[in-house]
Design a protein around this ligand. Sequence first.
Ligand code: RUQ
Ligand code: CUA
Length: 654
Amino acid sequence: MSAAVSQSRQAFAVAALIAALAGTAGCGKGSGPAVASSDAASKVYVAPGKYDDFYAFLSGGFSGQVSVYGLPSGRLLRVIPVFSQDPEKGWGYSEQTKPMLNTSYGFIPWDDAHHPQLSQTDGVPDGRWLFINGNNTPRVARLDLAEMDTKEILEIPNGAGNHASPFVTQNTEYAVSATRFSVPTPQKDVPISTYKENFTGQLTFISVDKTTGRMSVAFQISMPGYDYDLSHAGKGPSHGWSFFTSYNTEQANTLLERNASQNDKDFVAAVHWQEAEKCVAAGKAKVQPAKYAHNWTDEAGIAHSEMLTSTKVLAVKDCPGLVYFLPTPKSPHGVDVDPTGEYIVAGGKLATVIPVHSFTKMLAAIQNQKFDGEREGIPILKYEEVIAGEVQNPGLGPLHTEFDGQGYAYTSMFISSEIVKWSLKDFKVVDRIPVYYSIGHLMIPGGDSRKPFGKYVIALNKITKDRYLPTGPELAQSAQLIDITGAKMQVLLDFPTIGEPHYAQALPAATIKDKQVRTYAIADNKDPNGVKSEKETKVKRDGKAVHIYMTAIRSHFVPDNVEGVQLGDTVYFHVTNLEQDWDVPHGFAVTGARNSELLVMPGQTRTVTWVPDRVGVFPFYCTDFCSALHQEMQGYIRVSPAGTKIQLTSNSPQ
Ligand code: RUQ
Ligand code: CUA
């Protein structure tokens, strides 16, 4: 099919699509129940006491967290707090974790977490780290998969809406970030109507230390003021490149639903980051002032925050060969690279076909200068020269594509609420299955890597109308587990998710199951406020600050009686959990604390701050049912009037 024909077909369909998008697109239209077949139950049944085959990491969207599920059972195993304070675990409430949520805007207790990305070695998930982006106040977090804990959060300078992130390169050389919302860079006070003159986009490459995982902003690329939406890195032959979708190449600054849907094609930006490395090494990047926070947790489990002050910015004009635009219909969203690294698949929200670009053809087109003009110094490659093919009549509203490693691609269709399976050989649709409803992302374990593990695809659905018992005005988002081992896809299971699951990642359980940390060695506890035994516990006054160095072990605190605190004091409970047994955290809470509990892992120290506001004797207790005498795990703290003669004392052995 010629590009011209495909274009006119698109033009016809687009008006209808915009109308459909504005309405109640695809939701609960009663397209018939999805009935799982009779053997579905046995395929997802994991007998009590047995483990699942896969760990799946789902983003929590506007919950700001990551949730861990077992597949195929769909059992929720854990919620890992990342960008949002989590009172269940004291995350962002304890003194040791608060600095993790620091930003150049101050302490921010929430973000919108979209795309988990497993670290990769040679293009295969290696089970070391999980990265995830914060969309609102641009940040990228790194989680350690042996502890299932957030270890680092890096704010992205010059950013706004960090959506195309963190999408790692083949050996986790970089995690990327891009501005979904172009903004004046550096920020300045200008009329919004000067968008075209004053607003720019930024692509950011964050280097990841091979051994420690430590992130730092390596360089940024200043781009035309479009909206950069999603990304994936090249792999195999296309290693060295990263691809970013853009929309609003119209550069509208108002009513984008119409004004940014004018152009027939927007762009996939192909960025040759290996070229950028050379340009940066040759001193072609400009050092610009920028203020952004870098937060990390040290070996002692204590978070630190530093404010960084500059970034290296590369202008496209100073680095020829750095970026090319691949014309792509129409307001593309996802961009996904197949396991061989040859095909670059974009999901045009308003497109009627799925365009598949060829990396080989792209290189040839660059070589032979098959350009269709340029935008702000970036050559636009001719569509016909780079396109490998178009998937015809795929459905409505293609968003994201994953791969099974068997030569097939699976694309989510938001508007027509379905997953479409098509062949990478001839780009023909071979199967489709309805999902309930309005699917965003989809995920095959390893499905964006060089070696998909296959077996299942999970539909990550936005709307669940009529699928679950109703729960007031809002219903849980949902995931649907679909078997992809046969010729026909088969729905196996629905399970509700926490927050909005945008993207997800999964890997075989064996990769990380045996690496799980069970306890922290008490002998290695390096928290300056930790103690290693009950003998070391004590209370200490330092002006108006009262420090209680306390231990917890089944089933008591030491000390458990403290007197001599007075109104006006700030009390720090430094609680060390002396247990050296797996799965025995202790909790800690005190009456009237304007704070959360602490949940202290074996061998760890956590500190909660308490400012008493009245005289009396107040209980504290363990919040995590730890033993037969858990209910006895309690104590008292006495608060006297300001200026009392009562000395600070406790019943600790010292
Ligand atoms: S984006 S579907 Cu971040 Cu597609 Cu959610
Ligand atoms: Cu310790 Cu309950």
